[in-house]
Design a protein around this ligand. Structure first.
Ligand code: FER
Length: 281
C-alpha cells in the first residue's frame, strides 16, 4: 500500500510542483460537472459606480451554498482574459459548478467569488479589435477601479472580512497578469495571489517583486501556473525563475500538454481555491 502511495505521489503530484508551499492536488473526473443532488451557490449580477471609469459597471458575485448574511466571508476576485468580460469565467470556466462540487466534499473554505470586468473603460465589451492599445491599457486601469471602486462596493454591500488575509486575487491570461501585478503591487491589500497562464501584461520580475523580503513576509500563497504548450509560458517561467532565485515561496505548476485554454484554467481554479484562506505551512 505504502509503495503504491509513493508511486502515485511520484507520478501524479510531484512532477507538477517545482517549488512550493504545499502539494498540488490532482483533478478528479467530474469536478466541473453539475450535480443535481448537492446544494448550489448563487450568482448575482451587481452594478457598481466606478469613479475611475466614470460609469456604472457590472460584475458577477458567487455566494456559496449555505451563505448567510450573519456570517463574514473572505473574497476571491477572479479575472478574465483579453477576449472576455465579467461572464467569461461563468460561461466557460464554470467556477460555480467547480466550487459547488468542492463545497459538497467540504474541501473549500466558504468565500465569495467576484467576477469583475477587468477592461476598465466606458465601452468594456470584448468587441472590435480586442488587442487595440486603449483596450489593453484598460486592463492596467482596472487596478484603480478594483482598489477604489469595486472592493469598497463589495465590502459595503456584502458581509465580508476586510483585511488582507481575507482577500485573494487570481485570473487567467490578461487576468493572470493583472493578479500578479495588482496582488504583488499591493501586498497591504492582498495575501493570496494566483496567475494562471499569465499574459505579456505581467510586469518584469524586478518590477513585480522589487522587495522579495516584504513579499516573503506578506504573502500567504503565490501561485504561478501555465501549460507547457502555451506560447505565453515565458512570462510564468521568468517569474518563477526570479522568485526561486530570491527565495520567495510559491507554487509553480507547469501543466504537461496544457494549452492556453479553459481546461488548464479550470484545473487551476480547482486546485488554487482549495488552498485559500486556510493555514499555510
Ligand atoms: C498578447 C498575447 C496574448 C497580448 C495579450 C494576450 C496584450 C492575452 C491573451 C489572453 O488574455 O488570453 O500579445 O498582448
Amino acid at each position: 500500500m505504502k509503495l503504491l502511495r509513493l508511486i502515485f505521489l511520484f507520478t501524479t503530484i510531484l512532477p507538477f510542483v517545482c517549488s512550493g508551499q504545499s502539494a498540488v492536488l490532482p483533478v478528479p473526473a467530474g469536478f466541473d460537472i453539475l450535480q443535481e443532488n448537492i446544494p448550489h451557490g448563487k450568482i448575482d449580477t451587481i452594478v457598481y459606480h466606478s469613479k475611475t471609469v466614470g460609469s456604472d459597471r457590472r460584475a458577477l458575485v458567487y455566494t456559496p451554498p449555505g451563505y448567510s448574511p450573519d456570517n463574514k466571508y473572505p473574497v476571491l476576485y477572479l479575472f478574465h482574459g483579453i477576449g472576455g468580460d465579467e461572464k467569461e469565467w461563468f460561461n466557460q470556466g464554470k467556477p460555480q459548478l467547480i466550487l459547488d462540487n468542492l463545497y459538497a466534499e467540504n474541501k473549500v473554505e466558504p468565500m465569495l467569488v467576484v467576477l469583475p470586468n477587468g477592461r476598465a473603460m466606458k465601452d468594456d465589451r470584448a468587441t472590435g479589435n480586442i488587442m487595440a492599445p486603449d483596450k489593453v491599457e484598460a486592463f492596467a486601469t482596472f487596478e484603480q477601479d478594483l482598489l477604489n471602486d469595486l472592493i469598497p462596493y463589495i465590502e459595503k454591500d456584502y458581509p465580508v472580512l476586510t483585511n488582507r488575509e481575507n482577500r485573494a486575487l487570481a485570473g487567467l491570461s490578461m487576468g493572470g497578469g493583472q493578479s500578479l501585478n495588482f496582488g504583488l503591487g499591493n501586498l497591504d491589500t492582498f495575501a493570496w495571489v494566483g496567475g494562471f497562464s499569465s499574459a505579456p501584461n505581467t510586469k518584469a520580475p524586478e518590477e513585480l517583486v522589487p522587495d522579495p523580503e516584504l513579499a516573503k513576509k506578506q504573502l500567504k500563497l503565490l501561485w504561478v501556473s501555465c501549460g507547457d504548450n502555451d506560447g505565453l509560458i515565458g512570462f510564468s517561467q521568468r517569474t518563477h525563475d526570479y522568485l526561486e532565485a530570491h527565495n520567495v515561496p510559491h507554487i509553480y505548476q507547469v501543466i504537461p500538454g496544457g494549452y492556453h485554454d479553459f481546461k488548464v484554467w479550470k484545473q487551476n481554479l480547482y486546485q488554487f481555491s482549495q488552498l485559500l484562506f486556510k493555514p499555510v505551512d
